[in-house]
Design a protein. Structure first.
Length: 73
């Protein structure tokens, strides 16, 4: 079987271009997945901090109220 000169070079270039395009797509999918993970972590952390801070504020308000009540006696 005889191959025309330059045919293999074109096929190899096309194969390389397809491979590079698949790598770019894979990297983009991974980047988007990482962004989604970071988004979910930050929103979850914000919620956890809100809950913790709410409990902390309520604790200090109770402590202040006890002190205020103790001063009235």
């Amino acid at each position: 079987m005889r191959v025309a000169p330059g045919t293999l070079d074109v096929a190899a270039r096309e194969r390389d271009e397809l491979w590079e395009a698949s790598i770019r797509r894979d990297q983009e999918l991974k980047r988007r997945a990482m962004e989604a993970e970071r988004y979910h972590w930050h929103t979850g952390q914000a919620q956890r901090l809100k809950e913790t801070m709410t409990k902390l504020v309520e604790h200090h308000e109770r402590q202040a109220q006890k002190l205020l009540e103790g001063m009235s006696v």
